[in-house]
Design a protein around this ligand. Sequence first.
Ligand SMILES: NC(=O)c1ccc[n+]([C@@H]2O[C@H](COP(=O)([O-])OP(=O)(O)OC[C@H]3O[C@@H](n4cnc5c(N)ncnc54)[C@H](O)[C@@H]3O)[C@@H](O)[C@H]2O)c1
Length: 281
Amino acid sequence: MGQELAGKVAVITGAARGIGRATAALFVAEGARVVIGDIDEEAGQAAALALGEAAIFRKADVGRTEDIDALVAAAVDRFGALDVMFNNAGVSCRPSADFLDDDLADFEQVMRVNVLGVILGTQRAARHMGRNGGGSIINNTSIAGLIPGLAMLAYRTSKMAAIHASKSMAIDLAQYGIRVNCLAPGHIPTDLNAFAPPGASPEAAARIQVAMKPVWDANKPLKRQGTPEDVAQAVLFLAGDRSAQITGTVLAVDGGISAGDPVNHFRELMAARAAALGEGA
Ligand SMILES: NC(=O)c1ccc[n+]([C@@H]2O[C@H](COP(=O)([O-])OP(=O)(O)OC[C@H]3O[C@@H](n4cnc5c(N)ncnc54)[C@H](O)[C@@H]3O)[C@@H](O)[C@H]2O)c1
């Protein structure tokens, strides 16, 4: 490990588990001090405790302005600054298979957390950073915000909106020395995409991930399993000075899913053509 974030202070939302927690651990290993914000108090406290003096936890709902302001204040009061904001907290929607049957009951909550949370987190962090020489803001979106597709309509819509808002805010905030970039993970095994039933044990969630892997892999050029730590490395790059000239971008961490379709349709087409000509497969 280097000390890429030595002396820096970061707020990471949704860091009680998953991608946020892995990022908090990497940031601390790279010399940063971190405020972990999450609605899950028990898991959030445990995440901070595991990182020692360099991390504190504050209970926060990213859809509430006063909670975001409290996270920024906690960073400044405890650690004296706010240099990096990772607006990571997010919720999925129910994986409805059929749009016509989707009652969109979770639409407002998904938009509140995934869009309003990102906008509030960017604005409130930027108010501090703008007065203090700038900073780096990273917003966690998704490949679902890049690629239209079947099902998950509320989630796709929210992540697309978060990307659009982030690019607009990047233009707005450049004058203050603040960079705003998006991350677009895909198929990282966490609680969010296990769609585990409420109260499912960690073992059950792990079994679900193993069962789902071949399905995830079907449209992923790299068959390697991505991890929260892979995503954390991309956040580290966008947080630190190596990305000093980068703002308003979306960095996909998805094993190539958003690059395009990995199925060789020409092979299938040629097989169909050969069959039509009576040439055999
Ligand atoms: N896992 C993936 O494959 C994947 C893919 C694309 C995008 N993402 C995005 O990555 C981010 C992190 O997700 P994850 O996969 O680590 O999921 P996760 O479920 O492991 O972690 C999400 C965390 O956000 C917290 N949270 C939820 N609502 C909140 C709120 N209103 N305020 C504060 N905290 C809240 C949860 O308590 C949880 O700790 C999300 O924005 C998600 O949409 C994940």
